[in-house]
Design a binder for this molecule. Sequence first.
Ligand SMILES: Cc1cc2nc3c(=O)[nH]c(=O)nc-3n(C[C@H](O)[C@H](O)[C@H](O)COP(=O)(O)OP(=O)(O)OC[C@H]3O[C@@H](n4cnc5c(N)ncnc54)[C@H](O)[C@@H]3O)c2cc1C
Ligand code: SF4
Ligand code: SF4
Length: 453
Amino acid sequence: MTMSPATDLQQVLDNDWCIACGACVFADPTVELRLHPDKQMFEPTHPGNQAAAEVCPAIHVDFENLQSRLFPGSPQSPYGVVHSVMLAQSTDIDRNLKASSGGLIKELLIELLGKEDVDGAIVLKHVNGLDFEPTLITDIAEVDTLPGSIYHNLPKDRVLQLLRENDGRFVLAAIPCELEGIYNYIFKFEPRLRHRLQTTIGLLCGWQYNWHSIRAICEYKGIDPDSIVDVSYRGDGPIGRLKIWTNDGKEHTTNRRLDFGYQVAFDRTFNTPRCHLCINHANFLADIVVGDAWLQSTLKTKTGISLVINRREESDRMMRSLAARDRVVLSEVTVNEIRESQKPRIAFGNFAYAYAEYLDAIGVPRPVMEGPNRPAAELVSQQEVAGFHDELQTKLELQRARRYRYLRWRKATKELGRFLSRYWEWFAHRVLRTGRDPEARHSPDRDTTSIFR
Ligand SMILES: Cc1cc2nc3c(=O)[nH]c(=O)nc-3n(C[C@H](O)[C@H](O)[C@H](O)COP(=O)(O)OP(=O)(O)OC[C@H]3O[C@@H](n4cnc5c(N)ncnc54)[C@H](O)[C@@H]3O)c2cc1C
Ligand code: SF4
Ligand code: SF4
């Protein structure tokens, strides 16, 4: 696709591509992020100026340039720069059980906050209801009060604000597109901030949800969304349960795997639309990446295990030092585990690159991104993406009209065949161990992963 330089954020607003990284807010100080009442996702208040467009990762991300600045001279792979890959779990059972996967992010935060050249960590903290915001913490005791993974869309402009306002060196925990916006802005307009990032802990990220998801599940469960005081998506085991707390003191728990309402409300069409084009799920720009270990060999473990990608020697050393002090247990694996855990469709962008081509063909401006995984991508058919695109438009309209009950009825009737076949695919792959990705044949067996709970 040939790129005509965007002069503002209009195409982002028109096509709902914003992921709320906040870079535009600093490039054009007239811009603010707000929760759009119909879309139920954060986006800029107005199109802003050319500077905003220049840093916006919903318009363009030059991965080659950003990666060469962050990891000069390091060899690239379809998974980005990879020094080593590990499976790991915190030895602290409470931390592990409260976390989304192995409790690794909190172990890393505690370790890094204890280092002399780290002045604090910028992490997500609960504010109220569904609001969580990037906050600067300096005290190790605060780490265990932080939430687990938050899967709904949140504004991240405070990250750059905190980096600007505070002298020192900081750890940042962030999802991939957040880092894309932050580095786009830093390298373009304020390179002095680069030095303030001591380590970036990246989350692996397959999607995030707009706020219709929570509204829909609330409708199915008879919960008033305005009465929500807190939410947690994971914890208590590898898959975890969605918990919603309301101001009458009640805890509402939903099984993420078995609850039909959850399957409707957290259907992929509830993702912020840019997630369908995302090719950076493996967080190419982070120093160390933490995700879930969705492996057959770890299927029967009782608590979550993290998949860790060390992009630098320093983080590899830190992980081994944590293991030597019994803070974590770890098992060294290979990029095959990234592939098996994420599946090639996500890891290599098989769907996303094909969807981008389809949008070009129908003349829809879209984020321009080509990652190091492009040569490995085997694009799905244009027929598949066209079908997805049409259904997405229909379901976005239904969400925006808040027809959540109709969406549930639709899933139980018109979409039932597809829903059941996807469920069967998951069951056969994960539980019956059939149809395994042949390239993942070197994955560890259960003996190698028996060190985990
Ligand atoms: C939106 C999203 C989608 C994800 N998708 C996948 C996926 O498809 N596959 C996969 O393997 N892993 C995915 N992950 C990562 C996974 O869910 C865990 O976050 C990761 O394995 C770390 O687990 P943990 O046990 O170390 O962290 P936890 O102890 O659960 O802590 C997570 C910490 O990360 C930070 N954090 C949480 N949510 C956010 C957020 N939205 N933005 C910025 N920082 C945040 C907070 O500081 C929090 O304390 C996703 C995470 C998020 C937030
Ligand atoms: S993706 Fe980031 S830079 Fe682009 S419009 Fe959204 S908040 Fe602004
Ligand atoms: S899938 Fe990609 S675009 Fe979506 S939230 Fe995750 S990193 Fe951002």
